[in-house]
Design a protein around this ligand. Sequence first.
Ligand code: PRX
Length: 636
Amino acid sequence: MKNLYYPYLNKYLKFYEWSVNNLEEFWNLQANIIPWFKKWDRVLESDGNFYKWFVGGLLNASYVCLDQHIFNNFNKDKVAYYYENEIGETKSVSYYDLYIMVNNLAKVLSDLGVSKGDVVLIYMPLNIEAIVSMLAVARLGAIHSVVFSGFSTKAILDRIIDSKAKYIITTTHTYRKGKVVDLKSNIDFIISEYKDIKNVLLFDRKKDYEIKELDPKYVVIKDLNGYNYINPVIVESTDPLFVLYTSGTTGKPKGILHSTGGYLVYVANTLKWAFNVGYDSVWWCTADIGWITGHSYVVYAPLALGITSFIYEGAPDYPDPSKWWALIEKYKITEFYTSPTALRMFMKYPLDYIKKHDLSSLRVLGSVGEPINPEVWVWYFENIGNKLCPIIDTWWQTETGGFMIAPFMGIIPLKPGFASLPLPGVVADVVDEQGNSVKPNEKGYLVIKKPWPGMMKTILNNNEMYEQVYWSKFKGWYYVGDYAIKDEDGYIQLLGRADEVIKIAGHRIGTFEVESAILENNKIAEAAVVGVPDEIKGEVINAFVVLKQEFANYKDDPNIFSEIKQTVREVVGPVVVIDKIFIVDKLPKTRSGKIMRRLLKAVLLGKELGDVTTLEDEASISEVKNAYEELKKALK
Ligand code: PRX
């Protein structure tokens, strides 16, 4: 970096050093970014691997997002969200409108008995009512559990059972690529299967959908007009705000539990630091509320900061691939934040779809969810940002709550493909198996060495798993599960997952979930899935299946493939698409019976056996070798 002139860089680096060496003092100052009913007594408390931020502080998330702007600021009439959907409906919702809607919905929820600590499942597409639902739940001090609307009944049911949710908020339908997608029928199924659900709030869109049958548990919401006021329930900083399920290496999705105070402080600060959003921003984060990016940077951070956002309910390339660019022009978006998968998808279309739109309102571009390859970075920089907008590559996770590694906007020189440096207060390193920092440009494990306020509280109902997954590999450090390198300037480049989690279009999919879905097909005895690189989606799923003996003759039946794909669609939802399926006689396993997925992957990628033997610590070299050769033969 010697020959470059960045006047604030050295000052900033000193400030960064100060922040991590004086962690509590630093966060004590930053916590004032949100309004508190009572100031915290202590910034940080720890009990082994469990951390508590801003202990003794009292607040309410919906007050932070809404009331403060209505009562203390000039933001009352400011637009909180511009909204548009595929069928051309538009809305412009001010902070005051949102406040009214949230109070009215909170009243309905409260009348039904929802109170502090209850879990409310939200199964909604990306629209205003979904955001209102999250905030209304938070207003009552209850905990929301948002389930992505692209997931099916099995995913909903798993989450209901684990979180013991008694209430659901949903809507009749959504729109996707010109089709009406029925959501209510999934919930009909859930309430017929699971009797513990007390009530379901159903937003009636009054269009394109006829409500035929209505279980008495449904409470239909036609509008949110009215003048109810519900006192925001005062919660402790450490009380949970939400649970969000995400995939891990083994077992069912884990319920990642986030606290209220630390989380809000963290997301509000990080959005400012990384994107420098301001009073005149029209911020567009394209993520769905079903993922952490939607929670943190569609809902909580922009609202806590009182800025204007745009949301779009629909597919990016429908009716044609100019849709997003037309929206940027129409709403004069200033900061735009999306995923590399979306960019790679747009890259395959002629540039005319972009060039016919005026994107000059853009100031900053962002990327999240998966590594952004340098070619995509440069394409984004040149064609969307017109070589004028910095690209903020933000590395973080459901568990971290907010951005961890990202360029501090305007101060850090950028390098294509690098998430760059840790944000203030974040200590990240790349280490080897023994925990020693690796040499510059050597691959290792990314770890976070000090706590930060956005960190998860625990895994819901499973403190043991929390400690085992995140804190046991390197004692005292948070284990991320990603490979990375650090270059000679300390810049961090992410190299993908170090475990068996698959990332399709930036979404985390666990092997276990897909394998159990495949096994729902009664002809299948065993299944193993792996992620293989894909030009557009980052990774796609390939599956290996063993047929039950009595169905062995299906091996040559072409229908078996579509049958398996259909089962997975039905069980997990349309997001999880299996690209290729291989029928094999047996799966390679270690002596203890663990499927050697890395070997499956190596065979698919045509890697030499030498790369594989070291990967399977539990199996003997000859076992791996035999399995490898057998599999290669089977795939021929
Ligand atoms: O592998 C990393 C990848 O996404 C994982 C976290 O996934 P999830 O919890 O679903 O959150 C996604 C949105 C924050 C990480 O372990 N990942 C996320 N951001 C990046 C990334 N990989 C490379 N570069 C990124 N900017």
